[in-house]
Design a protein around this ligand. Sequence first.
Ligand code: PLP
Length: 377
Amino acid sequence: MKRVFLDNASTTPMAPEIIEMMSEMMKTSYGNPSSMHSFGRESKIVIENARKTIANILNTSPGSIFFTSGGTEADNMAIMCGIYDNDIKHAITSKISHLAILHPLEDLAAAGKIKLSYVNIDKDGEVSLTHLKELLKDNERTFVSIMHANNEIGTIQNIKQIGDVCKQYNAIFHSDTVQTIAHFPFNMQELNVDFMAASAHKFHGPKGVGFVYVSEDIQIKPLLRGGGQERNMRAGTENVYGISAMAMAMEMAYAHLEKEVTYIKGLKHYMIDQLQSEIKDVQFYGKCTDLDNSLYTVLSCSFPESDMAEMLLFNLDIMGIACSGGSACSSGSNTGSHVLSAIAPDSRRPGVRFSFSKYNTKEEIDYVIEKLKDLFN
Ligand code: PLP
């Protein structure tokens, strides 16, 4: 049976070149980077080279990059350290933030450590800058967490403008950039961002490795305590192969960014056209049809309500098609999508997110459309 993977916002297949590099490195660079002997020193060099590569790509200093176990840890570190170590009593986020942001913030609010405010968003999930300024105007030092791009509906926020507003009000700004690092260019010299999060498995690197960017203006203490790794900022023996693979995945992404963006955008455009012409009453969430102002990797849509629609993801899976409904990060839970509830609370239409990578093809999309036609028409 044909198998089609259109769930690349949840994770991406690893690039074969990276698998090869990693398995070679596993055979040779197995020293503990904290060890003083030559095996250890070699591993340490691998990590520091990766840090330099990533810092160069983002146009920042290597000292602002701390390796983590992925996006969730990076977001948690930004939130817990940003808030505790800066004596913050007020945080602002939006209802469509990832659960790696909402859960720690809600826990801090429930424990009475902070007041938590939600900035207004419009029907596409775009943050209201006017409301953000309103929430910031009492000048209490605030922690603001606004994701760069939403993983379910693809809406992109203008983090340049949001960062400027935060700076104006002396707020700390964290942006969850898990869906945008290695997908869009970044120049940290132009952004007023204090914390950013990245995860290698979203750009053809391995799972379980990521980094947090911490601006040099911010002072924090480690969240994970133990050894003195990551300049005393994140204890635990480093994932040497994963870190090196992440840097390689980022280098590969930025080396061919324009070409790959054009290719993937083309696939998304084709799928929108096909859905609109072949399937009755398909609707799109957020700004998905605006190809220049939404994630080119994400197409979030909804289909007419029907008995069969209830089982849509299941039916597609049986046909070998992998996509997701709501947030794939928490798939396995059946609580529904908090993002779709925030922007379309009354809709009972089944939401499906198709998400693309450079490894997908037009033929795969044709196959999905054929199967959807069988199901709906
Ligand atoms: N933030 C966003 C926007 C995501 O899409 C994900 C996806 O999983 C995460 C954070 C968590 O990253 P990780 O899977 O590396 O923990």
